[in-house]
Design a protein around this ligand. Structure first.
Ligand code: XMP
Ligand code: MG
Length: 190
């Protein structure tokens, strides 16, 4: 009971960021259930193989952390940091702020993204990863906006397909705010 009361406090139905209103799209417990499902699929697909999780910062930090909490103890975790979104739109340009670690040769790499929107960021990260001749590359993304995708991309593990609307929460931000929210929120029609 106490936990429920706490949840309703930290998972408001509606939030305001920089004067814009957002409503709940995916509740915190639904996210956690789906992350656990994806992790169990990943555990079974990689059984007997050493896995390297590549977390794409900043947005994927929460998804990657929760996913890892269900994965094998021997899982390695590495990071890259890229930036492409300005406000609520993709700039179309990807800036690499922390390069992909150069220790992926011969490894089984799982790229972990928060969201695939136009696909520009993921394509950029995949090219960087393939340059290192890994043994295999797969992609896990919590969110996917199929209507925004510009070029076809293979997505191996998808948490939720969502409409082509701006979302925040659970790692995703609106100009730096909203990452600490435990649910996912969508911008209300203005
Ligand atoms: P692209 O268009 O390259 O976008 O697939 C991927 C990156 O842009 C960010 N992104 C978003 N961030 N709400 C956000 O807070 C969104 O609706 C959204 N769409 C894309 C995100 O960092 C992602 O990695
Ligand atoms: Mg991102």
């Amino acid at each position: 009971m106490y936990q429920r009361a706490t949840m309703s406090h930290i998972q408001p139905f509606e939030i305001d960021l920089y004067g814009r209103s957002f409503g709940v799209l995916i509740a915190a417990d639904q996210i956690q259930e789906r992350v656990a499902d994806l992790a169990s699929q990943i555990r079974s697909d990689y059984a007997g193989r050493q896995l390297v999780v590549l977390c794409v910062l900043n947005g994927a930090f929460r998804f990657a952390a929760d996913l890892c909490s269900h994965l094998n103890d021997s899982t390695e975790v590495v990071f890259t940091k890229v930036h492409s979104y300005e406000g609520m739109l993709s700039s179309g340009l990807v800036q690499e702020q922390l390069p992909v670690s150069s220790q992926l040769a011969g490894k089984h790499v799982l790229i972990v993204e928060d969201i695939v929107d136009t696909g520009t960021t993921l394509k950029f990260v995949m090219e960087r990863v393939y340059q290192q001749a890994p043994a295999s590359v797969r992609v896990a993304t919590l969110l996917f906006k199929p209507d925004a995708l510009l070029k076809p991309l293979q997505l191996d593990y998808v948490g939720f397909e969502i409409p082509n609307r701006f979302v925040v929460g659970y790692g995703l931000d609106y100009d730096g705010q909203g990452r600490c929210l435990n649910a996912l929120y969508v911008l209300k029609e203005e």
